[in-house]
Design a protein around this ligand. Sequence first.
Ligand SMILES: NC(=O)c1ccc[n+]([C@@H]2O[C@H](COP(=O)([O-])OP(=O)(O)OC[C@H]3O[C@@H](n4cnc5c(N)ncnc54)[C@H](O)[C@@H]3O)[C@@H](O)[C@H]2O)c1
Length: 371
Amino acid sequence: MKKKLNIAMIGYQFMGRAHSNAWRQVGKVFDAPYEPVMKVICGRDEAAVKQAAARYGWEEYATDWQQVVHRKDVDVIDICTPGGAHMPIAVAAAETKKVVFCEKPLANTLDEAQQMLTAVRTNGCIHMLCHNYRRAPAVVIAKRLIDDGKIGEIYHYRGSYLQDWIVDPQFPRVWRLEKARSGSGALGDLVSHTADLSRFLVGEISEVAGLLKTFIAERPLPNSAAKAPVDVDDAAVSLIKLENGAIGTIEASRFALGHKNHLRFEINGSKGSVAFDLERMNELELYLEEGPNSGFKTILATDRNHPYIDAWWPPGHIIGYEHTFIHTVLDLMKAIAEEKIPIPNFEDGVRNQRVLDGIERASISGRWEKV
Ligand SMILES: NC(=O)c1ccc[n+]([C@@H]2O[C@H](COP(=O)([O-])OP(=O)(O)OC[C@H]3O[C@@H](n4cnc5c(N)ncnc54)[C@H](O)[C@@H]3O)[C@@H](O)[C@H]2O)c1
């Protein structure tokens, strides 16, 4: 009999659904160190959270996160709310010494992110940030190739994250377009992922230049004819310098028509290149400099020896978006069992937030800004 790990989740929509699926599946596929118990899911709308609890398989539902955070029968607080609510929930959870698992970006501002890091450190909590793309098998293979020196000295990181869901000017001003709730637009939502991958794969970012742009300055409020200002960026572009001497570009947009969830990176080094595209997430493009006639080849990241794949299907039977969350909660549980802080964690969250903050400052100053 495995020891039980009681989970409480705050937020029940997109990420609430993805994390619920992860907690529900992880122990059925992997030999996880605990049996996760989906104890309680929390949201403000009682009818909706009740429905979500029944649908996703939670034992109970609640409408007050403060009460949930203070429950003695809960071990992990899983935060799936918009960024504006991350800090108060995480700090309160840390004060009760619980494990804190938080969606990205860690917070809406650098100051909030630092408060969260201080809270988990002061209280000796295990903490993790959900940058789930780190755990796509192809991305882990890229990491291993780079760490093993197969790509050589790294010269370039080129990352883009492109979507097109708000091109229509009539698309409503939802929370993601409201600074008080989201912190920023494409910057915090999308650049946070590409910046995280650049830090994970290549190294720390030391300086940034940046340009933020809002194309549609006013939108109708949801279910209303009244309009409200959009005070976040629709697109963010940045030049980056890395501590190890590499240089790069990061671009994110919600106005790139035709691209639904196009996260791509390409890394070029002295011995080769690797490239990844989330919309073809089972593949890694690899080029190794092997003289005349060498070219990019495609590795199908589904072989038995590939990361996480052993627990899934036979080679070539591909996996998807939801699996990255399952791998993330698996590694969180392993870290809890070993009493270690997993990666990425709140320190990564603060470092990531420094990059976002630097890009925002650079966009205003028109100069390079230190991170
Ligand atoms: N890892 C990823 O790939 C990924 C993808 C999408 C979103 N996210 C992140 O996940 C977080 C949530 O995004 P989402 O897309 O799930 O949003 P969403 O709008 O789909 O869901 C947000 C949920 O939070 C709840 N909520 C909002 N404010 C609350 C409050 N004050 N108290 C309690 N509950 C509250 C809402 O009721 C809703 O259930 C954000 O930080 C976002 O950046 C991460």
